[in-house]
Write a protein that binds this ligand. Structure first.
Ligand code: PEP
Ligand code: MG
Length: 574
């Protein structure tokens, strides 16, 4: 059986299906309820199992106070008399065990949320977590965890934290129903080089665990492949790995086009530890350090010390090249437990990124101070996300000035020459780019959001994903405006969205005069070789700008991509 999807991370994976479902409602619908006594027994058994698991975890993590505190709170919740009584009452009233737990959980959560004291409000999330664990046990589903190695994870959608927690041995690939290729979960999967297809049309319930499967490089999921198919894809995988080794053997060569135009190819990272892979992948520094992951990992805000250490590690890892650190870009599809943001109708248009930072000055100041202190260890730049006006830059610069004065008083060293750039990811920033550039040192175009905001298409919404297309002429023309505006002032422009690692887009960006491309580390060796085989005379810029539809743009760039790929192949075979 073959299932079609769209390629989000290109590659071949051979492994075994594991279903992951964080939405337990679907399981609840197909749950077969038994008599009251059996439901009661299932509940009590599940409680014992969760308690046992938690105790085991507490022992294992005794060195990490924060984790044990959370688990201790969960253990207390399990023994909570009121919660237990409510569940038993619901079961006695004819509810199934999972429903009885779910309803009791909501009741206790609501009650706690109404109390004034934030301590009790926080306990509401403990109740929810613990109850979810008990329900999963009743349903016979293990927690979100990878069982063994070489798994092809199938799911409706996955959370960034889940992708961040797995490694390439455990997970061979992801197959998702959701349609986004630029969601943060996918960006992390790309960074790890885990082949992923999205928008896959499958029935979750009829998918069988442990089925042998192949993800192909054309976006297909083959279930129960034949021996011939398995052989074929094993061979293709070997060929791809050989080609990758060829690209890796050339990483030390600069990314200079055939017409001698040097492009800076830098890495997008989410964790400071990633900086240690810069050299082996031929990255010239960090073009985008997504610092929000520091704020997403735990329900505590990171301290200045933690942040400073992380930024310092990234700066040092850049080995004399520039390290561009983006300030907190939380909100949208990036939640933060620590910030306790309330639910919004339109999170992508709401309280997020620079808006939160300027509103919570202490939080922003602490992050900026950590970045500025890290600048004492190497070339550093501050990158501001989601900018829509000059005012946001002026206010940030005032805070930076305040910090610098304090650091001087405290005799703490920093680089007075630290650069400041903004993300161009809103239509307002494109239109205002000739003015905005006067206030900053560089632009970094965030094409993931720029596409979403320019086309008014949610980057994570499967139903409108057919419209989410960065080949749209509106995006190409926006990028041209931004590059021209910056170059007029003698400043440089980069792209740090996913478009920067897409062959056809790279052709358009180079033709438009882009100076820097920042992308997932794993893409760098291949894309540097692509750039080395590009020359301006391959592209008729007027023809590109005259394209009226995304399809025309893609077809036009596709013909050039083909020629470049043929040249790369010829070099490889020689
Ligand atoms: C972008 O929007 O293109 C970008 C690089 O930022 P993020 O994907 O983190 O929103
Ligand atoms: Mg963005």
């Amino acid at each position: 059986m073959k299932i079609k999807g769209n390629i989000a991370v290109k590659g071949i994976a051979i492994g075994y299906i594991q279903k992951v479902n964080s939405n337990i409602d679907e399981y609840l619908e197909s749950y077969i309820q038994q008599d009251k006594e059996t439901e009661m027994e299932k509940y009590q058994k599940a409680v014992k199992q969760v308690k046992y698991d938690l105790q085991q975890l507490v022992e294992k993590c005794s060195s990490n106070n924060q984790d044990t505190a959370i688990m201790d709170a969960h253990l207390l919740m399990i023994d909570d008399i009121m919660l237990n009584e409510k569940v038993m009452y619901n079961i006695n009233n004819g509810e199934s065990a999972p429903n009885a737990i779910k309803n009791a959980s909501s009741e206790v959560e609501n009650m706690l949320m109404q109390l004034e004291d934030t301590y009790f409000q926080e306990r509401a999330s403990d109740v929810k977590d613990v109850c979810k664990q008990i329900i999963l046990k009743v349903l016979g589903i293990e927690k979100l965890a990878v069982n063994g190695s070489n798994r092809i994870i199938v799911a409706d959608d996955i959370e960034p934290s889940f992708v961040a927690s797995v490694n390439n041995e455990q997970v061979a690939g992801f197959v998702l129903k959701s349609g986004s290729t630029t969601s943060h979960a996918i960006i992390i999967a790309r960074g790890k080089g885990i082949p992923t297809i999205v928008g896959a049309d499958f029935d979750f319930n009829s998918m069988e665990e442990e089925t042998k499967a192949i993800i192909t490089q054309d976006g297909l999921l083959i279930l129960n492949p034949s021996i011939e198919e398995e052989q074929l894809y094993k061979q293709k995988k070997i060929n791809t790995q050989r080609l990758q080794s060829y690209f890796l053997s050339k990483v030390n060569k600069s990314a200079k086009t055939l017409d001698n135009n040097s492009i800076t190819v830098a890495a997008n990272i989410a964790l400071s530890e990633d900086a240690k892979y810069l050299d082996e992948n031929g990255a010239k520094g960090i073009g985008l350090y997504r610092t929000e992951f520091l704020y997403m990992e735990s329900d505590q805000l990171p301290s200045e010390k933690e942040q400073f250490e992380a930024y310092k590690k990234a700066v040092i890892g850049c080995n004399g090249n520039l390290c561009i650190i983006r300030t907190l870009d939380i909100g949208g599809d990036k939640p933060s437990k620590a910030l306790e943001l309330s639910k919004e109708e339109n999170p992508f248009l709401g309280y997020r990124a620079i808006r939160i930072c300027l509103d919570k000055k202490d939080l922003f100041k602490q992050q900026l101070r950590s970045i500025i202190r890290a600048s004492a260890f190497g070339k550093t730049a501050i990158l501001l996300p989601m900018i829509i006006n000059v005012d946001e830059i002026i206010k940030t610069k005032e805070i930076i000035k305040e910090i610098m004065t304090e650091l001087e008083q405290q005799k703490i060293s920093y680089d007075k020459n630290i650069k400041i750039g903004i993300m161009i990811e809103t239509p307002a920033s494109v239109i205002m780019s000739p003015i905005l550039i006067k206030y900053v040192d560089f632009f970094s175009i965030g094409t993931n959001d720029l596409t979403q905001y320019t086309l008014a298409v949610d980057r994570g919404n499967q139903k409108v994903s057919y419209l989410y297309n960065y080949y749209n002429p509106a995006i190409i023309h926006s990028i041209k405006m931004v590059i021209d505006a910056a170059h007029k002032e003698g400043k440089w422009v980069g792209v740090c969205g996913e478009m920067g690692a897409d062959n056809k887009s790279i052709i358009a960006l180079l033709a438009l005069g882009i100076d820097e491309l920042s992308m997932s580390m794993i893409m760098i060796p291949e894309k540097k070789e692509f750039i080395r085989n590009y020359s301006n005379d391959l592209v008729d810029i007027n023809k590109l700008l005259a394209c009226k539809t995304p399809e025309e743009v893609e077809i036009y760039l596709g013909t050039i991509e083909k020629r470049i790929n043929e040249a790369i192949e010829a070099n490889y075979n020689n």
